[in-house]
Design a protein around this ligand. Structure first.
Ligand SMILES: Cc1cc2nc3c(=O)[nH]c(=O)nc-3n(C[C@H](O)[C@H](O)[C@H](O)COP(=O)(O)O)c2cc1C
Length: 122
């Protein structure tokens, strides 16, 4: 985005934009029923979230998974009347991507697969 490290105001504005879901026209909030086993929920919710993102791509939509959605979960609960029985897990900003927007040109790097994988018997 061309925001320099020392540009605190610029960084703050970008973070705040994240809280506005980067001005996406819609947001999907992923909720988990509190009665479900917390030890497994991260895996399950990750699967659900990723599948939503992959399905969206099929329709030409872009998504951005955001934990920023849960920072102010009390506000969502209040204004959207989310039931107490549900836990807010994450938000998914969704909309048709603007190819001219600089952040949409970012291609993050990945460490080599051998860094994350132990191979046995191969
Ligand atoms: C679980 C999860 C939570 C994230 N939360 C945020 C967030 O709150 N704000 C943000 O700007 N990006 C967040 N990201 C990163 C963006 O979603 C990121 O653009 C997306 O993962 C694609 O980046 P990649 O190309 O590095 O995979 C999060 C990603 C994941 C997987």
């Amino acid at each position: 985005m061309g925001i320099k490290r020392e540009d605190k105001a610029g960084r703050k504005a970008w973070t705040e934009r994240g809280y506005r879901f980067f001005d996406a026209p819609a947001v999907i909030l992923v909720l988990l029923d509190k009665s479900l086993d917390e030890t497994c929920f991260r895996f399950d919710m990750g699967c659900v979230t990723q599948n939503i993102c992959l399905a969206a791509m099929e329709y030409g939509l872009g998504t951005c998974v955001e934990y920023q959605a849960i920072v102010y979960h009390d506000a969502y609960r209040k204004y959207l009347n989310l039931p107490e029985s549900k836990r807010l897990v994450c938000g998914i900003a969704i909309g048709y991507p603007n190819p001219d927007f600089p952040a949409n040109h970012v291609v993050s790097t990945r460490v080599d697969i051998d860094t994350n994988t132990s191979w046995y018997g191969f």
